[in-house]
Write a protein that binds this ligand. Structure first.
Ligand code: KG4
Ligand code: ZN
Length: 409
């Protein structure tokens, strides 16, 4: 719960790591079912901690994507339902915009403009940021994301999920120099990344050690250190290049991998030499969290860049069916593909090419995400409607003055 004047009032997170650990990674169906269970109790908890009543809330922000469609739909349905019940806007926030702005929740937030390195389990991107909604993609990974490479490398050595913190923990005991890994794509110009080769290099190294009977804890530590050093140095080289390219000395790092201490130390050293500054969020706001989405939603709302859409629902036999959906609006008041990101979004929203070019955020591949097809009414309409019905009921429960909905719900 974020207040534009008082700051972050309360936040809560239920980690599903224990739920997924036994499977070595996220199981989508377990994730979304657990979202249904956890969402409303968490919202109640945050309201109670902040001593806040629903009538004091001006808007609800939710993660519109990219991410796992089932979990996104639960969040979107819940947010839309509560917003409808409380008569306030629901704002779909881009997952990576949430990460990007999270360091602004800290005491000394970065000022615009800056270069941002977004490093999570699904993305590795360098972005030039000139203001809220003014994002230019400078480079991104051609294959695996940095976090994904951490996770896969950890998994092949039999380490726990998520792999990033595990690799970081073992790397602390590693012997430097025993293994040397490549620094992919640093020997040629450009701001693109590639991490899948590094993961394969780690796999080959580990398999060679296993064949030699050297699959010890120390070997795991040594490989972890060599792998982490390679990722950190590669990211540092590209960040330096991006800052030079943009003519800037302010770097923001965000996303799960930005919690990595070795990465922070390396970037701080590089920025220190440049007489610049590096900004990051506290560790719990580097990985996925609700506070960053609330903050990003608030910024969008204040900038007048919100996408309030009226959804009218018809309830039939316990299933809510979308009856009418207003065309979404972008900051320039034009129909825009960005709204495909609204998890209940319609693929029929206009996609004028000229507009896409004006609109940095919409045009960048920050938005070329899986969500637009994943949540299209064609691919997942049935799921969205079934997950929505109980949430409408929940909205009623939350609402002081229940909205007039057909009695069949
Ligand atoms: O942003 P995030 O919570 O979820 C996604 O949006 O993907 O990032 C999760 C990723 C995982 O790949 C995880 O292994 C990685 O961030 N991660 C780390 C560390 N903490 C989390 N990677 C390296 N070092 C860490 N300390
Ligand atoms: Zn994330």
């Amino acid at each position: 719960l974020y207040d534009s004047e008082r700051g972050l009032l309360a936040d809560a997170l239920f980690s599903q790591i224990d739920l997924h650990r036994a499977y070595g990674g996220v199981v989508p169906e377990l994730a979304s079912r657990d979202h249904v269970k956890r969402m409303l109790p968490l919202i109640r908890q945050v309201l109670a901690e902040a001593d806040c009543v629903p009538t004091e809330i001006d808007a609800i922000a939710y993660t519109a994507g990219p991410g796992l469609v089932g979990a996104l739909l639960v969040g979107a349905s819940c947010a839309q339902a509560l917003a409808f019940a409380w008569g306030i806007p629901a704002l779909g926030v881009h997952h990576m915009e949430g990460h990007l702005l999270a360091p602004m929740l800290e005491e000394q937030p970065p000022e615009f403009p800056f270069v941002a390195l977004l490093v999570s389990g699904g993305h590795t991107q360098l972005v030039r940021v000139d203001g809220i909604g003014q994002y230019e993609l400078l480079g991104e990974t051609l294959d695996d994301a940095a976090g994904e490479a951490f996770d896969k490398t950890a998994k092949m050595m039999g380490l726990n999920y998520p792999g990033g913190p595990e690799i970081a923990r073992l790397a602390a005991q590693g012997v430097a120099g025993r293994f040397v890994f490549p620094r992919p794509m640093t020997d040629r110009p450009g701001l693109q990344f590639s991490f899948s080769g590094l993961k394969t290099f780690a796999l080959n190294t580990w398999q060679r050690c296993v064949a030699e009977g050297d699959d010890t804890e120390q070997t795991r530590c040594d490989i972890s250190l060599a792998f982490q050093q390679a990722v950190v140095e590669t990211l540092t080289i590209k960040c330096k290049r991006a800052l030079k390219h943009a003519g800037m000395k302010r770097l923001v790092i965000a996303g799960g991998v930005s919690a990595n201490k070795a990465l922070r130390v390396s970037l701080e050293k590089m920025l220190g030499e440049m007489k610049g500054n590096v900004y990051y969020a506290r560790p719990e706001f580097c990985t996925d969290n609700g506070a960053m989405i609330a903050f990003a939603g608030c910024q969008r709302l204040q900038a007048g860049q919100h996408f309030f859409r009226q959804v009218n629902w018809l309830a039939v036999g316990g299933t809510a069916i979308r009856q009418g959906l207003q065309q979404p609006l972008c900051p320039q008041n034009q129909p825009c593909r960005l709204q495909g990101l609204q998890a209940l979004g319609s693929q029929t929203a206009g996609q004028p090419a000229a507009h896409a070019n004006q609109c940095n955020l919409h045009n960048s591949s920050l938005h070329r995400c899986k969500i637009s097809s994943a949540v299209s009414p064609h691919s997942s309409g049935r799921r969205s409607t079934t997950s929505t019905a109980p949430l409408w009921a929940a909205a009623w429960a939350f609402s002081a003055k229940p909205p007039a909905l057909p009695p069949s719900l």
